[in-house]
Ligand binder design. Structure first.
Ligand SMILES: [Zn+2]
Length: 563
């Protein structure tokens, strides 16, 4: 799996007369032109490169061997006789060129310029074309790890690889055959590499040291934090929070590193995933002097991003913005954030009461779970405060009975509410390998569309490529359901039933998950499979969203009864 640092270089073996020059070349470059990087000798590179203080003047070439006054260079391009003569003159040696693959050259080039001591999110650039490289993460990570001298280097290599590829978490799992490394990218875990068994324990211990955990304790879970800087191409050095947690398991201790870049990623409300129709409505809520905005969705639905971006949008110089959260996930500028601490008596309710004594304009209550918090938040929203909060419900409509259950007065609640947003994160179709396809009847049925509503060529899916790990998806955005509390909804909340509400929403064709899914799928942004992966079927087919479709669905159903 990994090349041990003790491997004797081919050049050494040639010098020791263990092998001939042609045998050495065969070992270094196989018939396909792939270079065995592990067998190269640093010394040959150093000697060769010494002749070229200005490396940019060099053509793409790997110094493979220096033998009897001749440099054997591997190159992915055909060098002109002048270029070869120039190399010969500069080095005072004969030059022989061995054709190698483009990929081998790029791998060598990147390891030449590798600084393992530094965490970096700078993407790899193809040295031949100057374009951003679509790296094969497993391959580069395994190669870089083989160059690492110690455990700290290995951990930094894994952190850099994760940052370059937009990973949010790194999972290190002891397995019988070694330490399995996986990255979570766009919400999905990807297998990257497996470190050899003898390193497994040592890497985890080094990580515990870095995150200031008790290394003598390995029978109970621990939490820690590493604050490190990392290099990013655009902004120089950036701060990063790395939350590390360990969990004792059968083969040792599993460690997970959560990567939270400290730069503020919550600046642009336009990029969250709201549609043309829902974004203006949401923005009007943010401009209200008072009222309550509720965001719902399970953990990992992106509601924290929407919440923080909204707070950043409203946090102007002349307003006092205060939050009570559990936990504070990101530290935001221009906002006072407080952390729930149950043991110390700092509950959501207590925090909220304390905040209200400090003349806030905008309040964010991390979550409403109990009657007292609900009552206080509703009253605050009716007395000149803009209040943001979250609930765990399947869809936007579900927030209404949930809040009523928790117990604030329905009259006050209906007056306080501005609107409810439910959301999920859907993966975007990978732009590098997207291709159009014709939806099947089953696809149409999921969205409740008739065949005549399809514009040919607009539905897309990813074929799968290196950039997206063959998944066909790259990046994510929110799928948003937005319930605007108009006068009718207000009245129904006060004295109506859920049936009334569903009937009314069906009539006005409100911005349901299904409407949002239709927009994103029919414009090729995401796929039906992806929508079904993240949106509960009950939310997709709720009474209010299927009302207007019955007519369109009926003919389809008839034709599909035999499926
Ligand atoms: Zn792709």
């Amino acid at each position: 799996m990994q090349n041990l640092p003790t491997t004797t270089s081919t050049w050494q073996r040639l010098k020791n007369k263990e092998i001939s020059c042609s045998e050495a070349l065969k070992l270094l470059v196989d018939e396909q032109g792939t270079v065995n990087q592990a067998l190269l000798d640093r010394d040959v590179s150093c000697r060769f490169l010494r002749h070229f203080p200005d490396k940019s003047s060099l053509p793409p070439a790997i110094p493979l061997l220096l033998w009897r006054g001749c440099y054997y260079l591997g190159s992915p391009v055909t060098l002109s006789p002048e270029a070869i003569a120039n190399l010969a003159e500069r080095t005072g040696s004969e030059i022989k060129i061995i054709p190698i693959t483009d990929k081998s050259y790029r791998a060598w080039f990147h390891t030449q310029n590798l600084n393992l001591d530094r965490i970096s999110s700078v993407p790899l650039v193809n040295p031949i074309t100057g374009e951003q490289e679509q790296e094969d993460i497993s391959e580069t990570t395994t190669l870089y790890l083989s160059k690492a001298a110690d455990q700290i280097d290995r951990i930094k290599t894994l952190l850099s690889g994760a940052l370059r590829n937009r990973a949010s978490d790194i999972h290190l799992e002891p397995m019988p055959d070694g330490l399995r490394v996986r990255y979570r990218i766009d919400g999905v875990l990807r297998e990257i590499t497996t470190l050899p068994g003898d390193l497994s324990r040592r890497v985890v211990v080094a990580l515990k040291v870095m995150s200031k955990m008790d290394i003598s304790e390995n029978r109970r879970p621990q939490d820690g934090r590493i604050g490190e800087k990392y290099a990013s191409g655009e902004h120089g050095e950036m701060g990063m929070d790395m939350r590390v947690s360990t969990l004792p398991c059968v083969n040792g201790e599993k460690a997970v590193i959560r990567l939270l870049p400290r730069q503020n990623p919550f600046s642009n409300i336009e990029n969250l995933g709201f549609s043309k129709e829902t974004l203006p409505v949401y923005k009007t809520w943010l401009q209200q002097p008072q009222g309550m905005i509720i965001l719902t969705g399970p953990t990992g639905s992106g509601k924290t991003s929407t919440l923080y971006t909204s707070l950043q949008t409203v946090a102007k110089e002349h307003v006092n913005v205060v939050t009570v959260e559990d936990p504070v996930e990101y530290v935001l500028p221009a906002i006072t954030q407080t952390q729930v601490h149950e043991a110390a008596g700092m509950t959501f309710a207590a925090g909220l009461r304390a905040i209200l004594r400090q003349d806030p304009d905008i309040i964010m209550v991390g979550e409403i779970r109990d009657n007292e918090t609900a009552e206080t938040a509703v009253r605050a929203a009716l007395t000149g405060h803009l209040v943001f909060t979250t609930l765990h419900t399947n869809d936007a409509v579900g927030a209404i009975p949930r809040l009523k259950d928790i117990g604030p007065d329905p009259g006050l609640l209906s007056d306080a509410l501005l609107g409810i947003v439910a959301q999920r994160l859907v993966r975007r179709v990978c732009l590098h390998c997207a291709e159009p396809y014709t939806p099947s009847e089953a696809d149409l049925k999921v969205l409740g569309l008739g065949g005549q509503q399809i514009q040919p060529g607009t539905w897309r899916r990813g074929r799968g490529c290196k950039a997206c790990f063959n998944s066909g998806y790259l990046g994510r955005e929110a799928l948003v359901e937005l319930l605007d509390i108009d006068d009718t909804v207000r009245e129904i909340i006060y004295e109506g039933t859920m049936t009334h509400l569903h009937r009314y929403l069906g009539e006005i064709n409100f911005a349901s998950f299904r409407v949002a899914a239709i927009e994103k799928v029919t414009t090729g942004l995401t796929t039906v499979e992806e929508v079904l992966r993240v949106v509960p079927r009950s939310a997709l087919y709720s009474k209010s969203s299927s009302q207007d479709l019955t007519a369109k669905l009926r003919p389809l159903r008839v034709s599909e009864t035999r499926n």
